[in-house]
Structure formats: structure tokens, C-alpha cells
Design a protein around this ligand. Structure first.
Ligand code: SF4
Length: 397
């Protein structure tokens, strides 16, 4: 039953056989969305079934979004019984809340995982940018519940870390939106790992999710349509470069020097700015994919012309791209710079020959910043208001 609490509409999405945390944890149930095509084949062959049954299941999972095993109508009932008896399930996440921006371009979903934790996923469409008549449609997925990195300007960073999100739960985020888009005769064109959490701190599950999403027998999106954003775990960047994947990499730099960066990203400790630039270079050399440096612009903190000059010196001649992201006001005390200050910062980088763009703001009225909606909902339900108040804000010139 749908219900309204504190002004927020919660949707009832219970399936016939809704899982509980104990199903997953105590009984070792495995969601079929976790299985790579070769694992699905091994499963059906192990049941004495022909190999083509694996492709029937995969086709149903990725084109029909079944809610539970009994929705796999292509399979004989005896096989469905056997799949259930073997401990397989479907349904890692249920939608509990959805908000759509006024222009309809941004949709944010709050999903409830089987252990009751909430994660958020965002769909952003760019009508002006079309691929074969379809708007560019990007889904921003979460890879962790909360985040241990503690970036001071980020709502997720202020939640703390709860747990890693499993590959099938990452895939479930895409499947929910793919289903929505199918009804509009649209499809997912891009996936960015830029939601809650640090994807390279949940490395194995992130890579499994990417292999599921890019396998042509599974979700089938092109590797080049995926971008992983990292706060800068250099060992993870090097591992990723060796995966033989063609995914894009975005490194969140946010500052041109270690002192400021360590203030903004308290866990940055061992990774100096120079380490991150070097890791980006190695990634480019190994994969041929240009690395983007993301830079959250914060009023009065890291947005001065002097800091822009410092950043320009650091990145000059690297062939890198800088994405300036005016910070979303969150639970902290940070503001986005005035438009003129953003453009002046961009100009300094452009004048140095650095390819630079300012991210188009989408969906700010629906809490589109990473972790913001979840924070809003969780706080409205059970927690007292929490504000991050740093002792000393470093001021830029
Ligand atoms: S910005 Fe990214 S890495 Fe930093 S706390 Fe937020 S989710 Fe974690």
C-alpha cells in the first residue's frame, strides 16, 4: 500500500515473493542479475537444461525487467521450481520514492535494498543532445551506501559509510530506469558511476557490474558509454587500466595543491595531487581514453583567479579535460560561486589551452546532488537535522 510520511510519497512495490535480508544473508540466495552470461550458462547446464535457456533468461532480465522468478514465462514451470529451489531470486531493489524536476529532464529514484537500506539513482536527459533521434540519457548510479571519503562539500560524505553495494544492486538501478525509458520508447545512452560512494573502494562489485552492463548478451551498453568517477584511489586507477575495458575515467581533483585538497577531501592523505595526475597519465597511456578532471567549484574556497592559475600550470600540456562543477548547496556551509566568477575561472583555464567545460546544472530543485535526496528522506523520517560546520574555512583570494 502506498503511504505518505512527512510529505513524502512512498510507493508500494511489493512483489509476490518479496525477499527479506535473511533470504540473502542467511540462505545464500543469489539474484539472477548477479550472473554473467557464462555463469548463467553454467547454472542451466548444471540443471540439465539446454544452453539456450541461459539466453532466454538473460533476454527476459534485460528486456522485460521481471519482478520475480515466476515472471520468466519462457521457462517451463519445472525449471522455475528448480531455480527457486537452488536459491536463486530476482529483485535486489524496490522503488520507494521518485521525484521529477519541473522541466522533466531529471528524475531521481530512491530504491530500497533487500536489507532495508536506501540508495539513490538519478536519470538526466539532455534533449538538446540527441543520438539517432534519442536524447542523451545518462544514469548516475551509486556504488556504496554512504561513503567513507568524507568530502566536506558532499551530502553522502557527511553520512559516513554503511556498506558496499553489490553488483546486482548496481545493475538494478539501471534496470529500474531502463524499464521507465522503455515505456517512452527511449533507452539508456550513458552510465556514470558518480552517485553515492567511491566506486574504486568497491572495486570487485563495480567491475562485475560493468561487465554485466556491457556484455552484449546482458544489458549490452558500449564500454565507451560508461564513465567511472573516482576521488583518486591510485591503485584502483591502475587496476582499472589493466582490465582491458574502454570505460572513461574522471578524477575528482577539486584543488591544485595538497593543502587545499586535503582540507576538502580529508581522506586524500597518501595521494598527492601529483600522484593523481600521474595515475591519470598512466590510465590514458594504457587505455587511450582521455581522463577528465572534475573540479567542484566552491565560493570563496577554491574558485579564485590565483587558484585557477595554479590549476592551469598543473594541467597545462596534459591533454586533459576539466569539468567544472559549481557545488550543490548541501547540508554544509558551502555556496556555489556567482556566475561571473565561474566563467572567469573557466576563461583562465581555456586561455592556457586546457579544454574546460562547466557542467550544466540539472535538477537542483529535486536534490540532485549525490546523496542529497537520501539524506533529505532519511533525515525527515528518523534523524534530527544534521549540519556540517567546519571549524575553519580556508579562504581563497
Ligand atoms: S564526493 Fe564522492 S568520494 Fe567524496 S564523499 Fe561524496 S560520494 Fe564520497
Amino acid at each position: 500500500m502506498d503511504f505518505l510520511r512527512n510529505g513524502i510519497l512512498f510507493l508500494s512495490t511489493k512483489s509476490k515473493k518479496e525477499n527479506t535480508p535473511s533470504d540473502v544473508i542467511d540462505n545464500n540466495m543469489t539474484d539472477l542479475y548477479r550472473l554473467l552470461p557464462e555463469e548463467m550458462e553454467a547454472m542451466v547446464i548444471g540443471m540439465g537444461q539446454p544452453r539456450y535457456r541461459a539466453d532466454q533468461i538473460l533476454h527476459a532480465l534485460y528486456h522485460e525487467s521481471p519482478k520475480d522468478i515466476w515472471d520468466l514465462h519462457q521457462l517451463p514451470t519445472t525449471m522455475l521450481d528448480e531455480i527457486v529451489a537452488a536459491g536463486y531470486t530476482i529483485g535486489s531493489a524496490n522503488e520507494v520514492h521518485r521525484v521529477v524536476s519541473e522541466d522533466g529532464d531529471t528524475t531521481k529514484m530512491l530504491l530500497n535494498l533487500v536489507d532495508g537500506t536506501l540508495i539513490e539513482t538519478v536519470l538526466i536527459q539532455y534533449e538538446s543532445s540527441k543520438h539517432n533521434g534519442h536524447p542523451r540519457t545518462t544514469i548516475c548510479v551509486s556504488t556504496q551506501v554512504g561513503c567513507a571519503m568524507g568530502c566536506v562539500f558532499c551530502a553522502t560524505g557527511q553520512m559516513g559509510f554503511e556498506r558496499n553495494i553489490r553488483a546486482e544492486e548496481i545493475v538494478a538501478q539501471i534496470i529500474h530506469f531502463a524499464q521507465l525509458l522503455r515505456k517512452r520508447e527511449q533507452h539508456v545512452t550513458n552510465i556514470v558511476f558518480m552517485g553515492m560512494g567511491e566506486p574504486l573502494a568497491n572495486y570487485d562489485e563495480t567491475i562485475r557490474a560493468i561487465r554485466l552492463l556491457t556484455n552484449q548478451r546482458a544489458f549490452g551498453i558500449g564500454q565507451r558509454s560508461i564513465t567511472i568517477s573516482t576521488i583518486g584511489i591510485t591503485q584502483g586507477i591502475d587496476r582499472l587500466a589493466d582490465e582491458d575495458l574502454q570505460v572513461g575515467l574522471a578524477i575528482s581533483l577539486h584543488a591544485p595543491n595538497d593543502k587545499l585538497r586535503q582540507w576538502l577531501v580529508p581522506t586524500a592523505g597518501p595521494h598527492s595531487v601529483e600522484d593523481l595526475i600521474s595515475a591519470g597519465r598512466r590510465y590514458f597511456k594504457k587505455t587511450g581514453r582521455r581522463v577528465t578532471f572534475e573540479y567542484a567549484l566552491i565560493d570563496g574556497i577554491n574558485d579564485s583567479p590565483k587558484i585557477a592559475d595554479e590549476l592551469a600550470c598543473l594541467l597545462r600540456g596534459n591533454g586533459s579535460h576539466v569539468n567544472l562543477i559549481p557545488v550543490n548547496p548541501t547540508a554544509g556551509d558551502f555556496e556555489r560561486p556567482a556566475r561571473g566568477r565561474i566563467l572567469a575561472f573557466e576563461q583562465i583555464l581555456n586561455d592556457t589551452g586546457i579544454n574546460c567545460t562547466v557542467r550544466v546544472e540539472k535538477g537542483s530543485e529535486i536534490s540532485a546532488a549525490c546523496g542529497q535526496l537520501r539524506t533529505d528522506v532519511v533525515e525527515s523520517i528518523k534523524r534530527p537535522q544534521m549540519h556540517y560546520k567546519p571549524d575553519k574555512l580556508p579562504k581563497s583570494d
